[in-house]
Ligand binder design. Structure first.
Ligand code: GLN
Length: 270
C-alpha cells in the first residue's frame, strides 16, 4: 500500500522533505515498516505537490499548487535531488505508490491529485470501485442538501482508471460546498456504507492546513510549535510523533493537531 506525507511549516525544499530522516518517504518506498493488506514495495511511481503564496498578505488564503509526478520508482529519478531539491515551499503533500492489483501504472494514477489550491492522496483500496463509486455519488447526491454530482458520468473525469483518481473526483465535488472535514467525513462514510472493506487513508492539503482520515492504514502525526507533519510512518525517532488511531479524522496546522473519531459505520447497506 502506498505511503504519503503532508507538511506545513517553515519553508523546506521539497526534495529535502522527501529524503528527511532515516526512515524518509524515499526509504519507505522500498523498506516500509507498517504495510497492511498487501504490497511490499512502493515502486509504482511517486509525486509531490507544493504551494506558493501569490502575496504574503495575511488575507491570502488561496495558495497556488504545483506538482511533479513520475510513474517510475522514486529511487530511479534524479529529479528528487536535482529539481525538487531546488524548490522551496512552506507546504508539501507527497506520496509513493504501490499500485493495487489490476490498476494501471501511469503518471496519471500517481498522487497527489490536484485542483485549484487542493492536493490529495489516497492510501488504500475501494473494492469493486467501478460499481461502488457511482453508487456512492448517487447516495451523496441523495443525502446532501443540494445534489453535486447529478450523474455518475462525472466519474469519467477521473485522471486514471483507479479508485484513488475517482475518489478525488468525488471529494473535489464535495469541497465545492462543504468544508474539508465535513467533505472527508461524508465521503468516507458513504464509501464504507457501500464497501465496508474499503481502506481509506485520505490526505488533503490546501497549502495552509492538512486534513487526513485513517481507515485501516497507519498514520502518524508530528506537531511542533512551527510545523505540522502527517505521515504514513514516522520518518525519524522524534518522541513527539503520535500514532493516529484507526477511524480518525485529523486536522493539522503548525502547532495544532486535532484528532476526532470518524462517525460509527451505519449498519444498513444500499
Ligand atoms: N488503490 C490505489 C492505487 O492503486 C492506492 C494504492 C495504495 O494505497 N497502495 O493507486
Amino acid at each position: 500500500m502506498c505511503r504519503h506525507l503532508g507538511y506545513v511549516g517553515p519553508p523546506v525544499t521539497v526534495g529535502e522533505l522527501l529524503v528527511r530522516g532515516p526512515h524518509s518517504l524515499f526509504v519507505q518506498s522500498w523498506a516500509p515498516r507498517r504495510m497492511r493488506g498487501g504490497g511490499t514495495v512502493n515502486a509504482d511511481g511517486f509525486g509531490a505537490a507544493w504551494w506558493r503564496r501569490a502575496n504574503a498578505g495575511i488575507d491570502d488564503v488561496r495558495h497556488t499548487v504545483s506538482r511533479y509526478r513520475n510513474s517510475a520508482p522514486i529511487w530511479t529519478d534524479p529529479a528528487v535531488e536535482e529539481v525538487l531539491g531546488q524548490l522551496e515551499s512552506h507546504a508539501v503533500v507527497a506520496a509513493v505508490r504501490s499500485a493495487t492489483v489490476g490498476m494501471p501504472i501511469e503518471r496519471g494514477a500517481c498522487a497527489p491529485f490536484t485542483d485549484e489550491h487542493w492536493a490529495f492522496s489516497h492510501n488504500g483500496l475501494v473494492p469493486a470501485w467501478r460499481a461502488v463509486l457511482p453508487a456512492v455519488a448517487a447516495y451523496l447526491d441523495a443525502t446532501l442538501d443540494a445534489p453535486v454530482f447529478r450523474s455518475p458520468a462525472i466519474l469519467l473525469e477521473a485522471e486514471s482508471l483507479t479508485d484513488s483518481a475517482a475518489l478525488w473526483v468525488l471529494l473535489r465535488g464535495l469541497l465545492e460546498t462543504l468544508d474539508p472535514a465535513e467533505a472527508l467525513t461524508r465521503l468516507t462514510g458513504a464509501v464504507l456504507r457501500h464497501a465496508p472493506e474499503a481502506r481509506l487513508n485520505l490526505l488533503l492539503g490546501n497549502g495552509i492546513e492538512l486534513w487526513a482520515t485513517t481507515v485501516y492504514h497507519s498514520l502518524s502525526a508530528l506537531a511542533t510549535d512551527d510545523a505540522a507533519v502527517l505521515s504514513s510512518e514516522p520518518y525519524d525517532d522524534d518522541p513527539r510523533w503520535q500514532t493516529v488511531p484507526d477511524r480518525s479524522l485529523v486536522t493539522a496546522v503548525p502547532g495544532r493537531l486535532t484528532v476526532t473519531d470518524l462517525p460509527a459505520l451505519e449498519r444498513s447497506r444500499t
